[in-house]
Design a protein around this ligand. Sequence first.
Ligand SMILES: Cc1ncc(COP(=O)(O)O)c(C=O)c1O
Length: 360
Amino acid sequence: MQRFCKTVLQNIATKIMKEDLNLDWANLPFGYVPTDYNVRCYYRDGKWGDIEVSTSETIDLHIAATSLHYGQEIFEGLKAFRGRDGKVRVFRMEENARRIRNSAEGLCMAPIPEELFCEMVKKVVSLNARYIPPYGSGASLYIRPLEIGITPSVGVRSSSEYVFIILVSPVGPYFKEGFKPTNICIMRQYDRVAPKGTGRFKTGGNYAASMKSGNHAHELGYSAVLYLDPREKKYLDECGPANFFAIKDGRYITPASESILPSVTNKSIMQLCRDLDIPVEERHITVDELEEASEAGACGTAAVISPVAEVDDLDTGKKYVIASNGEPGPISTRLYNKLRAIQLGEEEDTHGWNTIIEGI
Ligand SMILES: Cc1ncc(COP(=O)(O)O)c(C=O)c1O
């Protein structure tokens, strides 16, 4: 009883504190900021249940749940933006709905129907409308869907029950340097994923496997690791939590690999390149091709494009200087500005990428 009362009082206190948001929109970190609601849906007896709205920031999980022991966890990341016209747009949510289905299949988890995914995204954004950063702040509402196996099991087997949750958090830019080139590095002693492993699925295990190398790179002053293909260590793969691209002879080149996550941002940028008559090559890229790159960048939802100044190969000692003047290149800048303008409703959304959330 005492514990119950304490929880109720804590909830009331949190609610009162939240009445006055007082968020410094322009200086938000890329981190977790509590909001009013999250949405949840349980998969039991072979079917998904009703959408539940929750004000709790925690879940009640069995200590033997498969997600805790065997990593049955998949997630997504997408954003909602307040546009110049005041409307709220979610960028390409159907793509994330498709990708999490693919991840579910890859980890033998219950696939989430795309309509359910989209309905829950719209609901959680509407419920937390007051946390959507204002136009012009540079911030956005990050949407984080995740699915976990909840069946207790001590043997290695996939769950029969799952919960799918979507939480949101207002966020500032992922890279605190913003749209400024940073240095990244190649370290062959680490692999993030296996050649035919889980690299193309968005599952927590891949990120756990990248902590050691990521931390090592940060200690050495690099913003990220540029991973090589894990089979031959010959081709470029991807860049921490983002895809990689380079501009070579005016062409947009990006790795084709079975061990990288198919990035929604990269796919969108490739389409923008085609719209702008910039040739696109999705193919194997050898490390030494970096020598001829006039621009390079990491691309993903968090930063759109994070330009690369220099790639240091820590095994050979070779330094590939790409942005020698410390500024992003013209093609990266053009692509970055165009994609941001579409997300913010400043430019026509000719491909129908945005979903406008009505009534908020
Ligand atoms: C490993 C990895 N690669 C690439 C990306 C970029 O994907 P997207 O553009 O869909 O955010 C992400 C981020 O989600 C990622 O975690």
